[in-house]
Design a protein around this ligand. Structure first.
Ligand code: PLP
Length: 357
């Protein structure tokens, strides 16, 4: 760093990440595959550094959103399948062969195109079929899914390696989720799926893993492995996990003003600190909570340190994480900034240094 200290930085605790994967995996049914969802730079947790920890923790497979993300994993790991969850753009489809990716397909057009590309190359391509059981995004509508799945055997260069669905409301709507699970069960049973991966549970969905008559043999875990509950302070998550990401900055100046002792913090909206905070918003300074004052500016945020003695330039400020005995978790920070934890994690800009601990 040439003697320049960090003004704003995130700390990523890779031991905690690995431990979270291990804990979640230990609670899965015997033999179930762990698909680590690492889209969006592992939810802002630095894909290159974290990918080996996912494997050491027990990830059997990775899932990402697009071919660029596949290519980044393939720089490091060749031995694990990588599933592409989102539809692959026409111009990128030939890359699935170069990077050994597994596309998720949702209909005839994709099946036809991938089969044709595979035939041209003399290859057999593994695909997973995405079934829409009520999310209303992409995927074969569940009532049409069995017919589509049966038809796939006509594509000689495709091999069906998995069937999955996404539970859109597992964090908030039990009866809708039960309906989606039932729709998926019917598809899997009517089709008579054998020797392929069957998966539908993401972080919130894991709470539906036990009970119910549909046996899955894989899960897709995102949020929970990064140490965050999908339920906020409500329902208990599938298992206890450790926080992984902290977000910190420093006091850059302290001023005595008519409205109290105000400290300027060396992170603003160019560091991903949102402009808008609610009244309740706090940071930690010297292990104590301090109120955030007004909107952040591009480079700085102001906090009230009137009640804390000895605050001086260079002191560490915690937006997310622990200090002394106090803690601000991603969930609170996200609420104060009117975002969901997923958004908080992926909206940390490059200006913020990354410290892997
Ligand atoms: C992002 C994503 C996941 C991971 O969801 P979390 O709630 O973060 O665990 C799982 N499945 C699909 C299809 C996704 O797009």
């Amino acid at each position: 760093m040439n003697g320049i200290s960090h003004r704003s930085w995130i700390e990523i605790d890779l031991n905690a990440l690995e431990e979270n994967v291990r804990r979640i995996k230990a609670r899965l049914p015997a033999g179930a595959r762990y698909i680590a969802v690492v889209k969006a730079d592992a939810y802002g947790h630095c894909l290159p550094q974290s990918v080996l920890r996912f494997m050491r923790g027990g990830a059997d497979m990775f899932a990402v959103a697009n071919m660029y993300e596949v290519s980044r994993i393939r720089e490091l790991v060749c031995s694990k399948p990588v599933l592409v969850l989102s539809p692959i753009l026409l111009g990128e489809r030939k890359l699935v062969f170069e990077y050994d990716a597994t596309p998720a397909i949702s209909g005839e057009e994709e099946a036809l195109d991938f089969d044709c590309l595979a035939r041209e190359r003399g290859r057999i391509l593994d695909v997973h079929v995405k079934v829409d059981t009520g999310m209303g995004r992409y995927g074969v509508w569940h009532e049409k899914a069995v017919e589509f799945l049966r038809g796939l055997s006509g594509y000689k260069n495709l091999r069906l390696a998995g069937i999955f669905t996404h539970l859109s409301s597992a964090d908030c709507d039990k009866s809708y989720t039960a309906e989606q699970i039932e729709n998926f069960r019917r598809v899997v049973e009517d089709f008579g799926a054998r020797d392929i991966l069957i998966h539908m549970h993401a972080s919130a969905g894991l709470n539906y893993l036990n009970g119910g008559s549909l046996r899955v043999n894989a899960v897709r875990v995102g949020l929970l492995q990064y140490g965050i509950s999908p339920f906020g302070e409500g329902e208990k998550p599938f298992c206890d996990v450790l926080p992984v990401l902290s977000f910190k900055a420093r006091i850059s100046a302290v001023s005595e003003t008519p409205r109290g002792r105000i400290a300027s913090v060396s992170a603003g909206y160019a560091d991903g600190v949102p402009m808008g905070f609610t009244e309740k918003s706090r940071v930690l300074v010297r292990g104590r909570e301090c109120k955030i004052l007004g909107a952040s500016s591009l480079d700085e945020t102001l906090v009230d340190v009137s009640s804390i003695d000895g605050v001086k330039g260079g002191d560490e400020v915690v937006f997310i994480g622990r200090q002394g005995g106090a803690e601000i978790n991603i969930d609170s920070y996200s609420k104060w900034t009117r975002r969901i934890p997923w958004e908080t994690m992926v909206s940390i800009p490059r200006r913020v240094e990354v410290v892997v601990v």
